[in-house]
Design a protein around this ligand. Structure first.
Ligand code: SF4
Length: 366
């Protein structure tokens, strides 16, 4: 790792203000920085006349996961994905399930230094089909994510972004141009939820979702963590489902996942299974074809069904695939209807396990 990367690299997307501060234009927070200050994300820091990204090449750890864990149920099912994150986040969710990473400053959590080439090489060596930017939001390490994505594509690997979609218009174009798939957190469906629990806004997230649907070929799915008393009312779930149906169409998969008490919401109870099942029912009634429950054991709610004949196309038990009823080109074996997604003639056989790896150790074996 060269000295420049250890110190950070110049960031893109900022401009000078008349009062001498520099405004970061990467996400809708638009932090305005004096010299030496970092943004809300902790990892973009003004140094003199520019903003630097301080986490380039610095990972908080690597793990091989099932792709279903991202969660992506319609993208190369059953395959392993090399997953990593860095430090920091541009949202401040009180319910964060990865707060030890997202609230870490640039250097606190660094476990593995890894160049884009080393990451893509490690993914190939370990049999992964894709690399996922996850654990913390890749928007804030855009320059690193883009370089890793380019190295991955050169080696025939796919790229996956797991993100809250809180990104401004111009960088959104660059960021997603390098991604093959995404899971976007739609954390709630009211501005008050975003404001009170994430100190953010809903509208930019909706704009990202519409952008992905109407201006890209990226395969994407949506995740909504249902938090008791905060975003789990029937009215809010109906409104969210209707919006997805009307603005994105019936084929975008929607995952309702269970909240567990964490970070600053330790007094909020976990999501009950009936709430997740109710949400799935509401979204299917709204016309969505692929709706899932997550973070609970619910084989029926985690399997994929043909929207015409109702045959089980992909059965799941946690992240294990138990049924496969798709033809080589992704059609229902019973009635021939296409299932939306990115499928191959055979599904992967990775199963449910997670395997932490060290990219440095893997590269040392070369
Ligand atoms: S990316 Fe970070 S520094 Fe830039 S606007 Fe967002 S929170 Fe602020």
């Amino acid at each position: 790792m060269d000295q420049q990367i250890l110190e950070g690299i110049p960031a893109r997307y900022w401009h000078r203000l008349e009062d001498g501060r520099i405004q970061c234009d990467l996400c809708p927070r638009n932090c305005k920085l004096n010299d030496g200050q970092c943004g809300v994300c902790f990892v973009r820091v003004r140094q003199g006349g520019q903003i630097m990204l301080t986490t380039y090449g610095r990972s908080s750890g690597f793990c091989i996961d099932p792709i279903e864990k991202k969660p992506l149920n319609h993208f190369l099912p059953g395959t392993p994905v090399l997953s990593f994150g860095t430090a920091g986040c541009n949202l401040t969710c009180k319910f964060c399930q990865n707060w030890d990473i997202s609230k870490a400053r640039a250097l606190d959590r660094v476990q593995d230094f890894a160049s884009p080439e080393a990451i893509s090489e490690a993914a190939v060596k370990s049999g992964c089909r894709s690399v996922a930017f996850t654990y913390n939001d890749p928007v804030i390490f855009l320059e690193y994510a883009v370089d890793v994505a380019q190295a991955c594509r050169e080696r025939g690997l796919k790229t996956v972004a797991v993100s809250a979609g809180y990104i401004s218009e111009k960088p959104r174009i660059e960021f997603f141009r390098h991604m093959d798939a995404a899971n976007i957190d739609l954390k709630g469906f009211t501005e008050s939820f975003y404001k009170n629990l994430c100190s953010a806004r809903l509208q930019p997230v909706l704009e990202t979702l519409e952008y992905l649907k109407h201006a890209t070929e990226i395969w994407f799915e949506i995740t909504t963590l249902l938090i008791p008393g905060e975003n789990d009312s029937r009215a809010e779930i109906e409104a969210l489902s209707r919006w997805v149906m009307e603005r994105l169409g019936p084929e975008v998969p929607l995952h309702f996942t269970a909240f567990h008490p964490d970070w600053k919401m330790l007094d909020t109870p976990p999501t009950m299974t009936p709430t997740l099942r109710m949400a799935r029912h509401i979204a299917r009634e709204a016309g969505l074809r692929y709706v899932y429950t997550g973070n609970i054991h619910d084989s029926a709610g985690q399997s994929t069904y043909c929207h015409v004949c109702d045959a089980m196309l992909i059965g799941r038990d946690w992240y294990d695939l138990t049924v496969w009823n798709l033809t080589a080109d992704g059609q229902c074996r019973r009635c021939g209807t296409s299932c939306a997604g990115v499928f191959e003639s055979e599904h992967g056989k990775w199963g449910r396990h997670r395997q932490p790896i060290s990219v440095q150790a893997l590269m040392a074996e070369v």
